[in-house]
Write a protein that binds this ligand. Structure first.
Ligand code: ATP
Ligand code: MG
Length: 716
């Protein structure tokens, strides 16, 4: 029987979860215990058993990648394609809703999505519009304030300043920003959610329609939902629908963005008749990796508490590498990856995980030098590159003249002699007369208020946009992009740029045409205009670029974006105090716990091999740091770790190190003093000059290998 096939490869507890008849269920379980697998099988089960039609399923995942995978896995299980099922991220699903019901949502049909950068500029405009001093009211802070309020579901009208002048000003900025965005038909990420929440809340008929449709609502990574997302879910679930959520409190890593792990307890209170299911067997990692993860997370307090065990093998020890510096760290990891690849592992089964996205550059350099293909997820996003945003801004403006961020972006790119004075005039008029920048420019032209040169320049610009709009009407998406890129003058502009930079940009622009050619909207988005779907995709997509989705390449990403994924081999780099745990968490115990959960997420991504590394010298954001090894390293049981020494074959590095001729005056058997580890005895010396490494047995800290150049050892 088909259904048995679905249950076949699940353990008892997983089967219970998949087949539960209780309308509301919470699966609470640790990493790699099969939560996502259960979710996928549950959907397949419901479809197979006739408990729902594909169009009755609403499943929310954390990334677009996860959504695509989920759909693929269900189709594989059932052996047929599934139309009408809604699987996506909160943002993607809300975007779809707003495109279908823009009128009821109070938006213009051509509304556009603002990304973070657009939003910050818009907030800055609002601050200036209120004549506030930007030094006192930084746009970034106001942006943060606005987003946090939206995540709580609060509009300015719902906020009280309680006589607090600072708060009052923030609320004023929020209000001004909101009015301007509404006028221009622009929606930021938080707004996508809030607007579709209100759409359902305030349109009883519409809500009824969707409630009748979505009978099965499922959520992965439930621990990282925020207050508004939870409210949105509760609204659509109503009294009838089945509500199935899976999560792990130990993997809650987005509280800094408003996620509330408390939603798990809230769920338990709000649905008192729910079923709680625990999964305790881990199928992902070796015993060694699992023990390390369990020991690490045991240092956190206030956990819901879970046991994880595996029937799998112990596997290899976790490797620990103390690098001279970040370049050495990168080369070490890349060397290992090449060795693994030569032994038969795919590159795609190797992941390099790091705390902050700026760490990727050095890793990328090392990969490129070694000619190893790689792909960076998140962080460095294709659609965030300046030239891509320029081209898209032309397109957005041609599509919708009221798009102020697009207007600001390209009015003088390439330069056409529209100076700051002219721009200020336009901005002021727009603000005073509550017009879009485009409409304000038209107004100023009509009343001849520009200086002659400025008037010519802006007229030329407006003609260009109108002309582009006329030319792209009726064209296919890739021809639209081609026409816009060519017509905008951007290519000629970048050709003038010196060096490879300009060429790079032009290549990226042609990549954009390719992206448009390959673009296929989600089947549920086919009703929105293709251009709108594409622009929405560009604004929401976490970026393609480099290697293609299906190429065999090493996977690079921040720890945050590694959630839910798994790899044969994981390289967790930069385990240094100040970097990981991050500096920001040093004075706040709850933030330190979130950093530890992040480390737990990283460690539990590995199936077979885990390599940890730290550098004794790291160059980040242009400065050199000499950090201490991360406290997390001490929280792993030492018998699970094996320090890697490169022995005699230290690779010759070209990076600059302070030139020293000898072994820093160190001798075997000498007593030395280290600022962290205290007193110890030199056991070994290896390498020469800048590469000298010294092994010391510290009375308090055990045996360590250090780089003599950076260890700061004093003779005791
Ligand atoms: P995370 O918390 O990291 O998101 P998860 O709980 O969602 O993890 P999954 O990704 O669903 O875990 O599963 C981890 C791995 O274990 C996957 O490769 C999955 O296919 C495998 N797995 C889970 N359950 C079983 C099972 N019963 N038999 C065989 N493999 C399983
Ligand atoms: Mg998962």
């Amino acid at each position: 029987m088909q259904a048995n096939r679905i249950l076949d490869r699940l353990n008892r507890a997983q089967q219970t979860a998949v087949t539960t008849a209780t309308p509301q269920s919470l699966v609470l379980a640790g990493a790699g215990s099969g939560k996502t697998r259960v979710l996928v099988h549950r959907i397949a089960w419901c479809l197979e058993q006739g408990l729902a039609a594909p169009s009755g399923v609403l499943a929310v995942t954390f990334t677009n990648k996860a959504a695509a995978e989920m759909r693929g896995r269900i189709e594989d299980l059932l052996g047929r394609p599934l139309g009408g099922m809604w699987v996506g991220t909160f943002h993607g699903l809300c975007h779809r809703l707003l495109r279908s019901h823009w009128r009821e949502a109070g938006l213009p049909e051509q509304f556009q999505i603002m990304d973070n950068e657009d939003q910050q500029k818009a907030v800055r405009r609002a601050i200036r519009g209120l004549n506030l001093d930007e030094a006192h009211w930084p746009a970034k802070e106001a942006q943060w304030f606005i987003n946090a309020r939206k995540d709580e579901g609060k509009r300015p009208a719902a906020l009280r300043d309680e006589g607090d002048l600072g708060l009052k000003t923030m609320i004023d900025i929020y209000r001004a920003y909101e009015e301007a965005s509404q006028r221009a038909g622009l929606v930021d990420f938080g707004e996508l959610l809030l607007r579709s929440y209100e759409l359902w809340r305030d349109n009883a008929g519409l809500l009824r329609h969707y409630r009748e449709r979505f009978f099965q609502v499922l959520v992965d990574e439930f621990q990282d939902t925020n207050a508004l997302q939870y409210a949105w879910l509760r609204l659509i679930v109503g009294e009838q629908a089945n509500f199935f959520v899976v999560g792990d409190d130990d993997q809650s890593i987005y509280s800094w963005r408003g996620a509330q792990v408390e939603n798990m307890q809230r769920f338990r209170r709000d649905y008192p008749r729910h079923e709680l299911i625990r999964l305790e067997q881990n199928y992902r990692s070796t015993g060694t990796i699992l023990d390390a993860a369990n020991a690490l997370i045991a240092n956190n307090t206030g956990r819901l508490g879970k046991e994880l065990w595996t029937s799998g093998s112990r596997g290899e020890a976790i490797k620990l590498y103390a690098a001279y510096n970040d370049i050495d760290e990168a080369r070490f990891c890349v060397d290992r990856i090449r060795t693994l690849h030569a032994a038969g592992d795919r590159f795609a089964e190797c992941a390099m995980l790091y705390r902050v996205s700026a760490q990727s550059r050095v890793l990328e350099d090392a990969l490129r030098q070694a000619e190893v293909p790689y792909r960076v997820h998140g962080g460095f996003k294709f659609y965030e590159r300046a030239e891509i945003k320029d081209a898209l801004a032309y397109l957005r403006l041609a599509n919708h003249r009221g798009d102020d961020p697009a207007f600001e972006r390209v009015i003088n790119t390439p330069t056409r002699g529209v100076g700051n004075r002219t721009l200020d005039e336009i901005r002021n008029t727009a603000r005073l007369e509550r017009l879009s920048l485009w409409a304000a420019t038209e107004r100023l032209l009509a009343s001849r208020e520009f200086a002659a040169r400025a008037a010519t320049a802006v007229t030329g610009f407006m003609r260009l946009i109108d002309d582009l709009a006329a030319r792209i009407a009726g064209l296919g998406l890739d021809s639209v992009l081609e026409t816009v890129i060519e017509g905008s003058g951007l290519v000629a502009h970048f050709q003038k740029e010196k060096g490879d930079r300009g060429l790079d940009r032009i290549e990226n622009l042609s990549e954009l045409v390719t992206a448009a050619r390959d673009f296929e909207p989600d089947e549920n988005d086919v009703e929105m205009p293709l251009l709108a779907a594409f622009l929405g995709h560009a604004a929401l997509e976490a970026g393609a670029g480099q290697g293609g989705e299906f190429d065999d390449c090493v996977q690079l990403m921040t720890l945050h974006s590694a959630k839910g994924l798994e790899f044969q081999n994981v390289f967790l780099v930069g385990l240094e105090e100040g970097l990981f745990p991050h500096q920001r968490s040093s004075s706040d115990p709850s933030q330190l716990e979130e950093e530890r959960r992040l480390c737990y997420v990283g460690v539990t991504r590995a199936r077979h091999r885990l390599v940890l590394s730290y550098a004794e010298c790291r160059r980040l954001h242009g400065s050199d740091f000499y950090p201490q090894a991360s406290r997390f390293l001490r929280e792993f049981p030492s018998e699970l770790l094996e320090e890697v020494r490169l022995g005699g074959d230290i690779p010759s590095h070209s990076f600059a190190l302070p030139a020293e001729s000898s072994g820093y005056g160190l001798k075997l058997g000498q007593r030395v003093l280290h600022r962290t580890f205290g007193e110890g005895v030199v056991l070994h010396l290896e390498g020469r000059g800048a590469h000298t490494r010294v092994q010391v047995n510290f009375a308090g800290g055990g045996v360590k290998w250090l780089v003599a150049a950076y260890a700061g050892l004093e003779v005791a």
